[in-house]
Design a protein around this ligand. Sequence first.
Ligand code: CAA
Ligand code: NAI
Length: 245
Amino acid sequence: MRLKDKVAIITGAANGIGFAAAKRFIEEGSKVVLADFDEVSGEEKAASLRDQGDAIFVKVDVSNRESVDRMVQSTLDRFGKVDILINNAGITRDAMLHKMSQEDFQSVLNVNLTGVFNCTQAVVPYLVENGGGKIISTSSVSGVYGNVGQTNYAAAKAAIVGMTKTWAKELGRKGINVNAVAPGFTETGMVAKVPEKVIEQMKSVIPLQRLGKPEDIANAYLYLASDESNYVNGTVLHVDGGIMM
Ligand code: CAA
Ligand code: NAI
């Protein structure tokens, strides 16, 4: 087992990629906190994992620091420590630049950027106390190469790359590895909103000729959370079928 007795907080784990990661981590012996805004799905998904291992749901709004502090406290109350943080929660509010409202610009930054800052700042003292750990944040192909209709989202996902490299430099001496995963278009509820013609156009330029599956991204999180990546720090792992090179 690659994560035996580790404790992982996975944000946005009630759906999509985050839930696939929770499943994968449980299979590898981790105790998992499924932390999400979506209480109905979160409770149900955590319950579905309990015959295989130790999983709890904690309701959190990552954009709210007090809520994040409560998430960390609930984790400590239940498991006594944290080893791994996966900053996976995210939203889209797509619009062309000329149509994007201030509100939609800001709400994406609040969740996708400030949320990552909040969770990381709240968890780091406990990773240090524990002698080290792993932080993995979810960027995107959109943050690295840009994407039509995603000014807000691309800004936040590019910022994750900068924060990841900064934290890798700041926290390496504390035994904490900090990395990011940049998924390409992946089959989840997030992509279900994208017009079919955009999806077809994307598929046609992906060398592997398919969208990603949530499990493809979950396996990248697993690698970066496991001891197999102990000398990997400050990297952005592209899991996108080779869409851009
Ligand atoms: N590439 C090039 N041109 C594009 C394009 C693309 N990907 N998407 C839209 N356009 C073009 C349209 O063809 C259209 O051109 P014309 O004016 O010549 O007809 C023009 O841009 C405006 O597009 P719409 O008519 O669709 O304008 P709209 O205001 O109704 O909608 C939009 C704009 C909301 C951005 C919509 O086009 C859209 O949803 N596009 C997809 C955005 C996208 O890819 N989001 C990814 C979500 S998944 C995700 O975020 C995960 C991840 O990390 C990748
Ligand atoms: P999803 O929409 O299926 O899941 C996102 C989860 O985040 C949901 O369960 C949602 O409730 C939760 N969430 C949203 N706002 C929250 C908040 N304020 N606090 C706590 N939880 C919140 O999306 P998906 O695809 O699983 O996305 C996971 C991550 O992967 C996101 O960061 C996304 O930006 C990123 N990503 C997704 C890609 C895709 O094509 N699906 C491509 C590249 C990156």
